[in-house]
Design a protein around this ligand. Sequence first.
Ligand code: HMG
Ligand code: NDP
Length: 426
Amino acid sequence: MTINSRISGLRDHTPDERLALVAGGAGLDATALEALQPHAGLSLAQADHMVENVVGLIGIPVGVATNFTVDGVDRLIPMATEEPSVVAAASNAARMARVHGGFTTSYTGDVMIAQIQVLDAVDPHGTRFALLEAREELLALANEQDPVLVSLGGGAFDISVRVLPTRVGAQIIVHLHVDVRDAMGANAVNTMAEAIAPRIAELADTRTLLRILTNKAELRLTRARAVFDAELLGGAQVVSDIVAASAFAEADPYRAATHNKGIMNGITAVVLATGNDTRAVESGCHSHAARLGGYSALSQFEQDAAGNLVGTLEVPLAVGLVGGATRAHPTAQAAVRLLGVETARELASIVAAVGLAQNLAACRALAAEGIQRGHMTLHARTIAASAGAEVDEIGDVAARIVAERRIRVEYAREVLAELRAEKTTA
Ligand SMILES: CC(C)(COP(=O)([O-])OP(=O)([O-])OC[C@H]1O[C@@H](n2cnc3c(N)ncnc32)[C@H](O)[C@@H]1OP(=O)([O-])[O-])[C@@H](O)C(=O)NCCC(=O)NCCSC(=O)C[C@@](C)(O)CC(=O)[O-]
Ligand SMILES: NC(=O)C1=CN([C@@H]2O[C@H](COP(=O)(O)OP(=O)(O)OC[C@H]3O[C@@H](n4cnc5c(N)ncnc54)[C@H](OP(=O)(O)O)[C@@H]3O)[C@@H](O)[C@H]2O)C=CC1
C-alpha cells in the first residue's frame, strides 16, 4: 500500500470529504476508516467492558496531519486532541521537512524493564551476587509465563541487580529486561515479575515487595531527526533564533517544561488516537528529560552547514499494536489502519516524528511572529463555541474576532449578539 501524505488544502473540505480524501491518500477503502465517525466508534456496551462504572463517553476530535514522510514512507497521521492548532502545526512543520526527505528514525528495541524490590537483606552485596548467579534460572522461570511472546522471538533476556541506598536502609532492586515485541508490554512484564519474585525471595533469604514495570523505558528509545528548510522557516535569522530558543530550553527547566509540553502535544495525540497508554508514555518522556539530574529539553535544534535547521528528538516510547485498548477500541483500530503500521517500532517512529514536528512548529512560531497569531486564530473557533455560538454561527463569530484581534469570550458574546440581531432585522 503506497500512502500519499501530501493532501494540500485538506482544511477546505467538510469532515466527510476529508475522510474520503484521507482514505484515498492512504490507499484504503473508505469503510476501513468508518470507525472514526461518531456513530461507528466505541459503543457504550463496548466501553462498559473497558473500564468500571461506565456512564458515558467523551468525544475528542481526531484530525489528520498531512505532509509526513517517516523513514522514506509517507504517513497520514491521526491525532486525537482537544487543542486547536496542534494538527495544523504538525502538518506545517512536516511540510518544511518534506523537501529534505522528511524524518529519519532509529530505535533501541522493544525492551521493557520490570523491577522487583528486595527488602531486609542482611548482606546486600553478597545477595546481589547470588541473584546474578541465578540469572539463567530466573530468565527461564520468567519465560515460562509467556510462551506466546517467546514463540514470537521475544521474552526475558537479561537481569541486572543494584544495591539502592534509601532512607530506610539498603534495598536490592532487580531489573528484568524483556523483549515485548509489538506489545506495550506492561501486563507481560508484570506477570513475569510476580512469577520470579518468590524465587528471588528464596535466593535472597528474605522478602520481596513491589513487582512492577518501570515507565522509565530507557531501553526502548526512539530517535527522530529532520532537516527543516531555512527558506520555508522564514530565513537565516529565524533559523538562528530557533537555535537560541532550543539552547534556552536545554539550559532552563522552566522553559524546558513548556518546550517539552509542545513535544507532548504531538506525541500524546498519536498515542491516544491509537489507543495506547498516554500516562505511560508521558511519565517515560518526562523521566527521560530528567535523566541527567536536572530537567531539560527532549530535543535540540542546530544549524547545518547548508544553513538549514537540524532537529533531533530522543524519547522512550512504550507503545504497542497488540493488547490494551489498541485492539479493543474500534476507532484506535481505524487509526492504526490509516497509519499503515505493522510493528510497534514503526508506530514509535511515527510518534517521535510527530513530536519533533510539533516542537519545531511551536519554536518557529515563538521565534518568529509569536505563538498567538497562528494558535489564537484557530483557537478563535473554540472561543466562539464557548461564547454560545451554534455550529452554523461559529465560523462567522471566529472570523470577526480574529479580524478585530479581540479573541476573547466576552467579545465573542458581543459579536454573537450583534450577528443574531443583524439576522433578525434582515
Ligand atoms: C497554525 C500555523 C500552522 C499557521 O501557519 P500559516 O503559516 O499561517 O499557515 P498556512 O495557511 O500558510 O499553511 C501552511 C501549512 O500549515 C498547515 N495548516 C495551516 N493552517 C491549517 C489549518 N487551519 N488546517 C489544517 N492545516 C493547516 C497546512 O499543512 C498548510 O499547508 P498545506 O498543506 O495546506 O499546503 C502556524 O502558525 C503554526 O505552526 N503555529 C504553531 C502552533 C502551535 O504550536 N500550536 C500548539 C499549541 S501552543 C502550545 O501548547 C505549545 C507551546 C507553544 O507553548 C510550546 C512551546 O512553548 O514550545
Ligand atoms: N505502569 C504502566 O504503565 C501499566 C500499564 N498497564 C496497561 O497495560 C496495557 C498494555 O499491556 P500489554 O502487556 O502490552 O498488553 P497485553 O498483555 O494485552 O498483550 C501482550 C500479550 O499479547 C500477546 N501477543 C500476541 N502477539 C504479540 C506480538 N506480536 N507482540 C507481543 N505480544 C504479542 C503476548 O502473549 P499472550 O498471548 O500469551 O498474552 C503478550 O504477552 C495497557 O492498557 C496499559 O495501560 C498495566 C499496568 C501498569
